[in-house]
Design a protein around this ligand. Structure first.
Ligand SMILES: Cc1ncc(COP(=O)(O)O)c(C=O)c1O
Length: 427
């Protein structure tokens, strides 16, 4: 059937960024070609037994409580299920010394929807036809931001500064405050902390500086805390979440074991929350109340925060340690490879300076030796301009087994050597 789609219809019915690459990855894995692939592309968290048990226990409690019918057999408020909102208010107030009320909270179906609501409520064209931008202060960042706005031209990202440590083959991104600028053309600012894909954690000062620049123009700053403390607490370096003023702290329960239930929480200024809530009412009424009811139990008992620190964080931190130790052992030390500092999240990000081929070609080379990564160029949504760095990185997931990570890094080292040598031999 030849469907006559609208402009928005066209935009929203296309796969963008990493989703398009995922299609190639799924086809590669399916076709198999006689290979057992080491899949380091996955974004899905590992099912950890202790985490699964917690959600099972919370479900048992809900099933045997008189609350059950009320939770699943009825619609509720768009803002969220009140017992869950109350638990979030209490937990964050006592944990961080805040003064939140329930008017500062919105529960959404996953945190990705917060960014969609925000990007289209605060970004896009205003009544007088001017474009309000959705700004990513530091690129690379989460590929999902590339398709949050109904107007692709609204998403604008900034090239970062690189701090390099050549002796140890490490590096770290920082926002480049000589480039990054905020004015009345900006509608909202979004960044992930810890960052998918790089594992970077913007420093306290960097976040405060960005928020202060935005506050001058009453611009909300959405801090995507999908990997942050208190849950899932996937930070491997000290970090304090920052609240108040124009900052909207956005939580996801996906990496804390509930990706299937779709639960996100926005914590911020009452007026911003009201705008997002109205958007949500129009789109989907509210998030699943079953997910909210079990999350209220897991968070209210303190169990989720404990399991995050005792189980989830050490699990992925250990994977990162194995990955970096194997790279340090196997990668040719005379070549300019750089691993981003592992400050959090569930990925490792590697930059190959002066890589003789593109990241997409490098991904194909790795496929030939049975390793699947994600080429880095999909993680620069909104970044215009020629910057070779965009084609010089790959993302590796920390969700594989220890043995697979070790073997994968050894094969990566061989491919790296061959790729650079090919060029050296030809000059
Ligand atoms: C940085 C970041 N933000 C948001 C999301 C989406 O999370 P959710 O499942 O809460 O929609 C992800 C998922 O991987 C992510 O990595």
């Amino acid at each position: 059937m030849d469907l006559a789609l609208s402009k928005f219809g066209n935009r929203m019915s296309h796969l963008s960024g990493v989703r398009a690459i995922m299609k190639d990855i799924i086809e590669t894995l399916r076709s198999g070609q006689g290979k057992d692939f080491i899949n380091l592309s996955a974004g899905n968290p590992v099912i950890l037994p202790e985490v699964e048990q917690l959600w099972r226990d919370c479900t048992d409690q809900l099933l045997s409580s008189p609350e059950y019918g009320e939770v699943i057999c009825r619609y509720g408020s768009s803002q969220g299920y009140q017992p869950f909102i109350d638990v979030i208010v209490e937990d964050f107030n006592s944990r961080y010394g805040l003064n939140l009320s329930d008017r500062n909270i919105l529960i959404t179906p996953g945190s990705q929807s917060i960014y969609f609501f925000a990007a289209n409520a605060f970004g896009g064209y205003t009544e007088d036809g001017t474009l309000k931008k959705i700004v990513l202060p530091l690129s690379p960042d989460y590929t999902g931001y590339g398709s949050v706005s109904l107007f692709p031209e609204a998403v604008v990202a900034y090239q970062p500064k690189l701090e390099t440590f050549p002796e140890t083959h490490r590096f770290k991104y920082h926002p480049d405050f000589d480039r990054f600028a905020v004015d009345e053309t900006v509608g909202a600012i979004i960044f992930s902390r810890p960052c998918n894909p790089t594992g970077n954690v913007l420093t306290q000062d960097e976040v405060k500086k960005i928020a202060a620049m935005a506050a001058n123009y009453n611009i909300p700053v959405f801090v995507d805390s999908a990997y942050a403390p208190p849950f899932p607490a996937l930070n491997f370096t000290d970090m304090e979440p920052i609240f108040g003023g124009n900052i909207v702290h956005c939580i996801s329960l996906s990496k804390a074991g509930l990706p299937g239930e779709r639960l996100g929480v926005a914590i911020g200024d009452e007026e911003i929350i009201q705008v997002l809530q109205a958007f949500q009412t129009n789109i989907c009424i509210h998030s699943s109340r079953y997910g909210q009811a079990i999350a209220a139990r897991a968070i209210g008992s303190g169990m989720l925060a404990d399991i995050a620190v005792e189980v989830i964080r050490p699990y992925y931190q250990n994977k990162f340690t194995i990955l970096e130790a194997t790279l340090d052992r196997s990668m040719p030390s005379y070549l300019p490879w750089y691993l981003h500092r592992g400050e959090g999240a569930i990925f490792a990000w590697i930059w190959f300076e002066d890589l003789p081929i593109s990241d997409w070609e490098f991904y194909q080379e790795l496929k030939q030796v049975g390793v699947i990564c994600v080429p880095g160029s999909s993680f620069f949504p909104g970044l215009s301009g020629d910057w070779p760095h965009k084609q010089q990185c790959i993302r590796m997931s920390l969700t594989a087994s220890d043995e697979e990570i070790e073997a994968g890094m050894q094969r990566l080292a061989e491919v790296t050597e061959r790729v650079y040598q090919g060029v050296m031999a030809s000059v």
